[in-house]
Design a protein around this ligand. Structure first.
Ligand code: HAM
Length: 463
């Protein structure tokens, strides 16, 4: 039987924990349905993406795909499941993602595996697996797909969520960092959500260690004034002290030593160059000295994206990333400095939806221009054919062939705010005609069925 290399280092299945904590009830049925049959509900932290949201998802996907094409990032799709120790080594044992949130379990052969909590570790693994350093660098890749973190669910935080990510491996030039930040910024500009980029440098590990010592020394003198979480962070993960949002800790944080003062010349220069490039391409950014990120693999540049309007985008990061110059080497590959980012698609969708509602911007995608109403069996049959024939005309049509009442179909047309409706009854089927109704004025005219497409295109200003 195959065993994992580091069996003790990995947590046992999180599902067990959840059950122990009483989540079982939520993970399974909560009610009995008809005839006492079990009704299944969603697992805690999971969500369905329903057709009402599809237009947003499609907008985000196509925006990412267009940017990837233009900036020459190749699409990569990787398994959702990897050896658990890949994530432990990359993300860091003491991080929340590994310590508390990883869906790690033994497969049937006893191998310790995990559902990916993020994709950078997997991308790095793939870079090594396929010897990608042998081809001209940087290797630019993008991905889209689900990630899993056994997080405490709340608004914008799920246990299965989706990310889009862009990564550039094998190049240390600061222009790569700037290009990545620019692509992320363009993404938000293209979908129409105002954002700003928060940027910082967390230096190299040795610079960071020196900074940590100074930070701990400073915070120790303030221990009595800190919140409980910060007292814990002081022991376990001092950099996270800078993430504290508790009011009592803010004045202490403001006076804390800043990492930039602990950076060596090369790291400082790297940051300055990135900022110069960003100025050049007019990407608005905030240099935020407290930005440290929660994953261990970062070196030098780190950044996060926040919405500038509306609460949703401003509360939590819509995305984040940075350099991970040592990761390929750490996982056994050749030294290959790299950088990248990922955006949380549920968070971006929610922020964009709320922004559009607030600004009364209509939802993305095509809205119907015509409603096709029919009355009677023969009309239904002909309607299906006419709708299919109109498909190539470039007119967006809505219809409900299951409905029989003309009144309710016209009500639907009204609620869709289409400018015109086509109405087909028995008489029109026999005459080869169709009624074109102006929904605003109520004026109706009779058109030849074969000429309906041309007439509608003229009325809609499409020719
Ligand atoms: P991250 O900051 O852990 O970075 O995640 C990126 C984004 O994923 C977050 O800003 C957030 O929008 C979204 N996200 C994270 N956790 C959840 C959750 N539980 N529910 C919903 N959305 C969530 C990374 O994952 C790095 N791999 C980014 C990166 C790529 N760094 C370099 N390359």
């Amino acid at each position: 039987m195959k065993t994992s290399k580091n069996p003790k280092q990995i947590r046992q299945p999180s599902v067990k924990d959840a059950r122990a904590k009483g989540d079982k009830k939520e993970a399974e049925t909560q009610q009995s349905g008809e005839k006492g049959k079990k009704i299944y509900s969603l697992l805690r932290g999971m969500h369905d993406i329903l057709p009402g949201e599809a237009k947003y998802w499609s907008l985000l996907y196509h925006t990412a795909e267009n940017l990837a094409d233009y900036f020459q990032y190749g699409r990569i799709d990787l398994p959702l499941i990897e050896e658990a120790s890949l994530f432990v080594r990359s993300i860091g044992r003491a991080t929340d993602v590994v310590e508390k949130e990883m869906y790690a379990f033994e497969d049937r052969d006893g191998a310790k595996v995990a559902l990916r909590p993020e994709a950078t570790a997997s991308i790095t693994r793939a870079y090594i697996t396929h010897g990608m350093w042998n081809i001209p660098q940087p290797i630019k890749l993008w991905y889209w797909g689900p990630m899993f973190r056994y997080d405490r669910p709340q608004a914008g935080r799920y246990r299965q969520f989706n990310q889009v990510g862009f990564e550039a491996l094998g190049d240390s030039n600061p222009v790569v960092d700037a290009e990545l930040i620019l692509v992320a910024y363009n993404f938000f500009r293209d979908i129409g959500l105002p954002v700003e980029m928060h940027v910082n440098s967390i230096g190299l590990p040795e610079e960071r260690e020196r900074y940590k010592t100074a930070l701990v020394e400073y915070y120790r003198t303030k221990r009595g004034y800190l919140c409980d979480d910060c007292r814990r962070r002081l022991q376990k993960n001092p950099l996270r002290l800078l993430d504290c949002k508790q009011e009592q800790c803010q004045p202490i944080k403001e006076e804390a030593p800043q990492i930039i003062d602990w950076l060596g010349d090369e790291s400082k220069n790297h940051l300055m160059k990135v900022l110069e490039y960003l100025d050049e391409v007019s990407v608005p950014y905030i240099l935020r000295s407290t930005l440290v990120r929660g994953l261990d693999y970062y070196t030098r540049t780190v950044f996060e994206v926040y919405g500038t309007e509306g609460e949703l985008g401003a509360q939590s990061a819509l995305g984040g990333g940075g350099r991970y110059d040592l990761l390929v080497e750490m996982l056994g590959g050749r030294p290959s400095p790299s950088a990248g980012w990922a955006l949380g698609l549920e968070r971006v969708t929610a922020a964009l939806k709320s922004y559009n509602e607030q600004k009364q911007i209509s939802s993305p995608g095509k809205s119907p221009e015509i409603f096709f109403a029919q009355l009677g069996d023969q009309a239904k049959r002909r309607a299906l054919k006419m709708i299919n024939d109109l498909r190539g005309s470039g007119i967006n049509i809505s219809f409900n062939l299951s409905k029989n009442s003309l009144k309710s179909q016209l009500e639907t047309a009204n609620s869709l705010k289409v400018p015109f409706a086509l109405i087909l009854g028995q008489k029109e089927v026999q005459d080869g005609t169709v009624i074109v109704r102006d929904m605003e004025s109520g004026v109706q005219e009779i058109a030849d069925q074969r000429k309906a497409a041309g007439l509608l295109k003229r009325k809609l200003g499409k020719v």
